[in-house]
Design a protein around this ligand. Structure first.
Ligand SMILES: [Zn+2]
Length: 191
């Protein structure tokens, strides 16, 4: 399996493309043109760390190019995908509403999805930054979204953030990270 990181133009949010033998998965979706060179063969699905607009704004475009691709999130994520107040895009000039909610597949905490031959991903709900936050665990990799960005204090002053839940989630993530590499939801500012 290979992994590529894409740093998006909005807030330097990060997307990731996982590929193996002409099958691909995407984690979060911002600038689609930056993702496309890395998507090899079939796009099997998109995993969302959470549905704040800087992590989802490319989804309408991506799902127009790859028809029928499932989007994995939880119930709160589905609500944010289809509500420009909940995903905050309304307040940032370009309201975004996901136009194909029928593609959303809801996943429960602790459940697995098969990614590739003998590789699966586990959804670990890590609410706090947002109520829909999911950390995705693949082998020795952790995709934490904005639930935990090493060296950066988790943002909990947003509407629907919960500071106590965020600190509980951070404990869970740090335990998971003991023998894993963290792939966070934002890249550091360039200096
Ligand atoms: Zn966020």
């Amino acid at each position: 399996m290979t992994i590529h990181q894409v740093v998006n133009t909005i807030y330097r949010s990060c997307s990731y493309v996982l590929t193996q033998e002409h099958n691909s998965w995407v984690i979060d979706c911002g600038d689609v043109d930056k993702l496309l060179p890395y998507i090899d063969g079939k796009l099997n699905g998109v995993l969302l760390t959470h549905a704040h607009f800087d992590h989802i704004y490319g989804l309408n475009t991506l799902t127009s190019l790859f028809l029928g691709v499932p989007i994995y999130t939880n119930q709160s994520g589905l609500e944010s995908l289809t509500n420009d107040k909940l995903n905050f895009s309304k307040y940032y000039g370009t309201p975004f509403i996901f136009d194909k909610p029928h593609l959303v597949q809801l996943i429960d905490d602790g459940k697995y999805i098969d990614l590739f031959d003998e590789i699966r991903v586990k959804a670990v709900f890590t609410p706090g930054h947002s109520n829909d936050s999911i950390t995705w665990v693949v082998d020795d990799m952790l995709f934490t979204g904005d639930s935990y960005i090493p060296g950066v204090k988790t943002v909990t002053n947003l509407p629907h953030s919960d500071k106590l839940l965020a600190s509980q989630s951070e404990i869970i993530i740090k335990q998971l990270a003991e023998n894993r590499t963290i792939y966070p939801g934002h890249a550091p500012e360039q200096i």
